[in-house]
Design a protein. Structure first.
Length: 352
């Protein structure tokens, strides 16, 4: 067998590009933050510029670095079938590193590898694969048994089924999506989890929602259908979940967040029209861009004085550490090891 050439010999005979590769030196963060984010951490330049402006060099670099790392594999326990302690003990045979989530009340982190979608407990409906931050959005909605809930961008149903579990068989959740094929995923998830109280409707929620069908428990004479809880988990740029979808950074263009914000505002405006007095409206995204997040919420609050932003002391206690000084829930992958999520909880004020 012919012996391998020594590294020194290979280097002498290597093509020029290969020899030069070993000499490449990326700009240090302290020397050139923008070039460091772009070349050393693989961010498109426009995103690097935005993150530097919004977060400063150290935080921007930490966020970019973790966006290149493997995400945790996290599940949500189906509380209608089992409890977290029981399922955690059962999952440790297949996932020895399994541990309870630090904040979400019904989550388990299985580790950073494996396929939870083929586990027998998944097939039996004991859990749903869902990032911890996504679970926290439904916990922020603070669903109570007996309520009527609307999820206006529901497919594939991860949050819809979480809402149904929180209802505990008492109440109803209506799941909307404009794509009939994707809406079938909601029904399929509900069947696997053996959940009742879910109905689906093909509807583009950027149009009026005041003519939604009444659930069976409301009288036909009711003028309109208002909901106790409304969730707007809006389509977004997805830049908070880049470690799950690495190429999103290259697909999203500089003008996209502002264009998305226009459709997000339309969705939030339509949703606000069907919130009952005293009811709760939650807006969420998996992005970290201001124009898709707080700016969308601020526009609604300015246009609709009947809504208020819920103060921190009225949020569920376990979520308060994630509420910032502006009253928004924020999860960051470099701080919380979750997807990057934004959520705002609004309330329609009762009038006398």
């Amino acid at each position: 067998m012919k012996p391998c050439a020594a590294p020194e010999r290979w280097a002498l005979n290597a093509p020029p590009g290969a020899r030069e590769h070993g000499d490449v030196r990326f700009p240090a963060l302290e020397e050139d933050p923008l070039d460091h984010l772009e070349h050393a951490l693989s961010l498109p330049r426009w995103i690097a510029e935005r993150w530097l402006a919004d977060y400063g060099p150290e935080t921007a670099a930490a966020l970019a670095q973790v966006s290149n790392a493997p995400p945790p594999l996290t599940i949500r326990v189906n509380s209608s079938r089992t409890d977290r302690d029981t399922l955690l003990a059962q999952m440790r045979d297949a996932f020895p590193k399994a541990a309870a989530t630090k904040i979400a009340l019904g989550g388990i982190v299985l580790g950073r590898s494996g396929n939870a979608g083929v586990d027998p407990h998944f097939l039996a409906g004991d859990y749903t694969v869902q990032d911890e931050a996504s679970q926290l959005v439904v916990e922020l909605l603070d669903v109570k048994p007996g309520q009527d809930v609307l999820d206006i961008c529901a497919a594939p149903g991860t949050k819809t089924t979480a809402i149904a579990e929180a209802l505990g068989g008492q109440g109803h959740v209506l799941a909307l999506d404009r794509h009939a094929a994707r809406l079938k995923l909601v029904a399929r998830a509900a069947r696997r989890l053996q959940l009742a109280g879910i109905s689906t409707l093909v509807r583009d929620a950027s149009g009026p929602l005041t003519d939604l069908p009444l659930p069976a428990h409301l009288p036909d004479s009711a003028d309109s259908h208002l909901f106790d809880r409304v969730l707007v988990d809006a389509p977004c740029s997805g830049l908070g979940a880049m470690r799950r979808n690495a190429d999103v950074r290259w697909r999203i263009q500089p003008q996209d967040p502002e264009e998305l914000a226009s459709s997000q505002s339309a969705l939030l405006d339509r949703a606000a029209a069907v919130v009952s007095p005293g009811g709760t409206l939650v807006y969420s995204t998996c992005t970290v861009m201001r124009e898709e997040n707080e700016e969308v919420v601020q526009r609604l609050l300015e246009a609709k004085p009947e809504f208020r932003q819920v103060p921190i002391e009225e949020h569920p206690t376990h979520l308060r550490p994630l509420i910032d000084s502006d009253g928004f829930l924020r999860c960051h992958p470099h701080l919380h090891d979750t997807d990057g999520f934004f959520a705002a909880r609004l309330e329609r004020v009762r009038t006398s």
